[in-house]
Design a protein around this ligand. Structure first.
Ligand code: PRP
Length: 212
């Protein structure tokens, strides 16, 4: 029997797109479309096991080897710096990490900048590269509220359509880094399950090329 390839999919709309790419690459698992409560699905014939996990947890499963491969946002990879191989930019789930503030914000370089964010590591690295002193205020969501209530001067957060910022009267001041979904692999799986993983990489790379 061939070894099972364990694949962590990010739960949600992006995950469905991602599954479609695995399917097209030759790793279908029809049962995944039939049940929306179950979290694990197998196709013994192809030797594949998929599981749905919270998007921000995919890298943890892959780093620890519970999943051989998975798909995670570049934001998560930059924030947590998991020890995994980044194999391919899937060119989906595109957005950017940006600095935003109230429209009337004026930066005073002489003062410590208060930065609210869910992405403390990304924000720290970014301001370190700018040589700017900051005070990180780590929040877990609804980051946009922080400058409105005076909790912070700016936020570092994901901007996709820009609607959330607009609705809260905030504007982008700087782009930190563009973000997209990446195919990642556990380092030892990449050695021991190379054949299947290589097939997936080339099958997906072909789809990415066709999409641009
Ligand atoms: C992200 C981000 C913004 C929003 C930006 O939140 O934190 O709030 O998306 O998208 P937009 O530019 O299209 O309005 P997400 O929906 O990922 O959920 P979260 O609050 O749990 O981070």
């Amino acid at each position: 029997m061939k070894p099972m390839l364990n694949i962590a999919l990010p739960k949600g709309r992006l995950g469905e797109k991602v599954y479609g790419m695995f399917e097209t690459a030759g790793f279908p698992c029809p049962s995944i479309k039939e049940n929306n409560r179950k979290l694990i699905f197998e196709n013994d014939e192809v030797g594949v096991r998929y599981f749905w996990v919270k998007p921000s947890d995919v890298a943890i499963y892959v780093e620890r080897g519970a999943a051989d491969i998975g798909v995670a946002g570049k934001d998560i990879l930059l924030e947590y710096e998991p020890d995994v191989f980044e194999l391919l930019d899937l060119n989906i789930g595109k957005c950017r990490m940006a600095v935003a503030a109230k429209q009337d914000f004026h930066d005073d370089a002489g003062r410590t900048l208060r930065v609210a964010t869910k992405f403390s590591n990304i924000a720290e690295n970014y301001y370190l590269s700018c040589g700017r002193d900051i005070d990180i205020i780590h929040l877990n969501g609804s980051i946009e509220i922080a400058p409105i209530l005076g909790l912070s001067d700016v936020i570092v957060d994901i901007v996709e359509t820009g609607t959330t910022l607009r609705e809260n009267n905030l504007v982008v001041i700087d782009t930190v880094v563009p973000i997209s979904a990446r195919l990642i692999a556990n380092k030892s799986s990449y050695k021991f399950k190379a054949e299947a993983i290589d097939r997936i990489v080339s099958g997906m790379a072909k789809q990415v090329e066709e999409s641009v």
